[in-house]
Ligand binder design. Structure first.
Ligand SMILES: Nc1nc2c(ncn2[C@@H]2O[C@H](COP(=O)(O)OP(=O)(O)OP(=O)(O)O)[C@@H](O)[C@H]2O)c(=O)[nH]1
Ligand SMILES: [Mg+2]
Length: 304
């Protein structure tokens, strides 16, 4: 399956529901209720769904197709502020601190982003800051070997902030263009682990007060509305500069990106629809709205 097909397949539950809701002959109360239900069930949030319905009514669509196009354009404009390119040329090395809850997809997303950066000719380094689990260090090491990234790690159990510091020093010495710091997954309600992120930031700022140049929060889209509380919690302890949203090929309902953008106005740099490198793609508001609403055409611009 192409990247687009995987995204379509992932969001099928939502797009099927919306397609069904748009099979009305008259935009009456029943039809509006069905569209509203489909929007709410997509995880975009009740308030957003209700205001979209109000705007839809006010636009006085002449046909179901009209109504669908109106909604597609609205969803695109709600998502537009999130469309953004991560410019890693602003510093060398450009330090990216990866944060997120357990299993969100941080480590694999690092590997996928690194693969893209390597293809652009950038030199990449990985710092193993998740020192709690041997398997985490090993996993990152394997990805470093596969992607040709430099790998920086201390022994298991080492202080995470100290590991980050050493990785940064080594990346400077090796003239890496980008340094990813892979932190351990942490529940947003575990205060001590959350504070550790602040310590990591404090320590690497001793090398450069502008670092980290990006703090990227990886979110598993299948958690739905819980993603909102994850962003709130991580934003409280670190200045999250952008989002990476994974697993949109799974049981995600997709509307969560609308809710996230409305609430936090953070860039969404990449979305993930699978486990391979090509399954991570830059976020495009219009293509995404198309797949959410079940438009059948593959976008003109090939994604891979
Ligand atoms: N289907 C699917 N699986 C994904 C995607 N991104 C990551 N995964 C899978 O999710 C699982 C967890 O990914 P990791 O990268 O290890 O997650 P992590 O956030 O580093 O996890 P911890 O280090 O334990 O906190 C792996 O099996 C990945 O292959 C995606 O976009 N789609
Ligand atoms: Mg990991």
């Amino acid at each position: 399956m192409s990247w687009w097909q995987r995204l379509r397949a992932g969001l099928k539950k939502t797009s099927d529901r919306l397609e069904q809701a748009f099979r009305f002959t008259k935009l009456d109360a029943e039809a509006l209720e069905e569209i509203e239900d489909a929007l709410i069930m997509s995880d975009m949030g009740v308030k957003t769904a209700q205001s979209l319905i109000q705007e839809l009514v006010a636009s006085k669509p002449q046909s179901a197709q009209d109504a669908k196009i109106f909604l597609k354009n609205k969803v695109t404009s709600l998502l537009q502020p999130a469309e953004s390119v991560l410019n890693v040329c602003l510093a060398q090395p450009f330090v990216i601190l990866m944060v997120g809850v357990n299993g969100a997809g941080k480590t694999t997303t690092i590997a996928k982003m690194a693969q893209k950066m390597k293809a652009e000719g950038l030199q990449v380094g990985f710092g193993a800051v998740d020192t709690f689990r041997m398997a985490a260090i090993e996993q990152l090491k394997v990805w470093a070997e596969r992607t040709g990234a430099h790998f920086y790690a201390k022994e298991m159990g080492a202080d995470p902030a100290g590991s980050a510091y050493d990785a940064y020093q080594a990346a400077i010495k090796n003239k890496d263009d980008v340094l990813f710091l892979d932190t351990a997954g942490r529940l947003q309600n575990k205060a001590q682990l959350m504070q550790e992120i602040q310590k990591i930031i404090r320590v690497i700022r001793k090398i450069n007060p502008a670092a980290p140049h990006a703090v990227l929060l990886t979110l598993d889209a299948t958690v739905g509305q819980n993603a909102l509380s994850q962003v709130s919690a991580f934003k409280e302890i670190a200045e999250v500069t952008g989002l990476l949203v994974t697993k949109l090929d799974g049981t995600a309902k997709g509307g969560i990106l609308v809710a996230l953008t409305e609430k936090f106005h953070l860039p969404v740099y990449y979305i993930g629809v699978g486990e391979h490198a090509d399954d991570l793609q830059p976020f495009n508001a219009s293509d995404y709205a198309d797949s959410l609403l079940g438009e059948s055409d593959e976008p003109d611009t090939q994604k891979c």
